[in-house]
Design a protein around this ligand. Structure first.
Ligand code: PMP
Ligand code: GLN
Length: 406
């Protein structure tokens, strides 16, 4: 006997949505991320464009990538690399990634089994979270937290638990410990850290290793700024710590490392069982990413100079940018990595952070990102973030405008 499906609630088409040619009703949309607005990066870039502001808000370089890398993509296309590559990514790229990781961090990732090429860091993070957490699980995110973690956790049916950093943006392990419950299933680490520009220390990673083992946690480690650490520091990757590595999905992105944020190509490195779980989801959401770009990146990675020189390149920009705004009433906070400089503007204004960032964009002509948006319960500390991945002229123009601040 045929069964009848339970009636779904239906609603008439919304007349405000414009002319609708469909007859009848439409299904009610399920409530996915009902409280989520448009990402701050899109909002601030649009405001900057509208007001002709120097855009130090959204994080992307305003200079070109190495022409050799660009030519390698065209060459791969001309050579016929235009069909689906393997689901896990072009083998030569996976080999280049595993060789780099293993040489840098002393890890043992296998190119075939443990590396998956992704559509940027965002997809790597999203799929990693979907594969290791589910309904009712809690996931610790360190606040201020990059804005894609919270929605990815919620879409997995899990609960993001925000744990604040210390007041000077260090990892606060006693606060993390206090937030762990029997339902805690994973923690998202981000080092170098966006937006604060802080980096995790070896002791931080050892503490994380202890906690993860004690409470049986997965670690999703967002290391997209792995090649931007300053003043002689080293990047402390989860890949350096064998017992941490075996429960971690390490996420990185070529967009940051090679000045091509719009390419959206990255990778996830994880031990066999986690990689297998990751690939089960990846194959039906993305399957694989742009073939010629993968070939180009594989060739380009043969020379370590571009990524080895990245920290020095951005450290020089950081230093020049800091020097250029040192005389303003903005107080420079420490910047140990990433391409973000955070400042305290309390000597300039009492406005809340979002309003101040909007005012700075429209009245002073420099766009910034308020840190308050990176918290579940917005914090108001009078801190905003500038991106210094810009041409020297762009940074000089921004400094000229910021010099008007009193
Ligand atoms: N994580 C962090 C901390 C980021 O700042 C970004 C973005 N830029 C991403 C992930 C996403 O990387 P992608 O652009 O490769 O998706
Ligand atoms: N990650 C970049 C930033 O922090 C922005 C990426 C995006 O626009 N989604 O500025």
């Amino acid at each position: 006997m045929a069964t009848t499906r339970a009636a779904r609630p239906r609603r008439p088409p919304d007349p405000a949505a414009g002319p609708c040619k469909m007859a009848g009703t439409m299904p009610v949309l399920p409530a996915k991320l009902p409280n989520t607005g448009t990402t701050i990066f899109t909002v601030m870039s649009a405001l900057a464009a509208e007001h002709g502001a120097v855009n130090l808000g959204q994080g992307f370089p305003d200079f070109g990538a190495d022409p050799a890398l660009l030519q390698a993509v065209s060459a791969a296309m001309a050579a016929g690399s235009n069909q689906y590559p393997p689901m896990t990514g072009v083998p030569a790229l996976r080999q280049a990634v595993s060789a780099k990781l293993n040489a840098l961090y002393g890890s043992t990732y296998d190119a075939d089994r443990d590396i998956t090429i992704t559509a940027g860091g965002t997809q790597g993070l999203f799929t990693a979270l979907q594969c290791c957490v589910g309904a009712g699980d809690e996931v610790i995110i360190i606040e201020p937290a990059y804005d894609s973690y919270d929605p990815a956790i919620r879409l997995a049916g899990a609960v993001p638990v925000g744990v604040p950093m210390t007041s000077d943006y260090r990892l606060d392990w006693s606060a993390v410990r206090a937030a762990i419950t029997p339902r805690t299933r994973a923690l998202v680490l981000n080092t170098p850290h966006n937006p604060s520009g802080r980096i995790a220390t070896g002791e931080d990673l050892r503490e994380l290793e202890r906690l993860a083992e004690q409470h049986d946690l997965f670690i999703i480690s967002d290391e997209v700024y792995e090649h931007m650490v300053f003043d002689g520091s080293v990047h402390e990757s989860v890949a350096r710590f064998p017992r941490l590595r075996e429960r971690s999905l390490l996420v990185s992105s070529f967009g940051k490392t090679f000045h091509v944020t719009g390419w959206k190509v990255g990778f996830v490195a994880a031990p066999p069982a986690l990689s297998a779980a990751f690939r089960r989801l990846h194959q039906y959401t993305v399957f694989t990413v742009h073939t010629p770009t993968q070939h180009a990146l594989a060739n380009y990675l043969a020379d370590p100079a571009p990524w080895q020189g990245l920290s020095g390149f951005y450290q020089a920009k950081r230093d020049a940018f800091r020097a250029s705004i040192a005389a303003t009433p903005l107080r420079l906070l420490p910047c140990e990595g990433t391409y973000f400089q955070t400042v305290d503007y309390s000597a300039v204004s009492d406005l809340p952070e979002l309003e101040f960032a909007q005012w700075l964009t429209t009245e002073i002509g420099v766009a910034a990102i308020p840190l308050s948006v990176f918290y579940q319960q917005p914090q108001e500390r009078r801190h905003v973030r500038f991106c210094f991945a810009k041409r020297d002229e762009t940074l000089a123009e921004a400094a000229k405008r910021l010099a008007k601040l009193r």
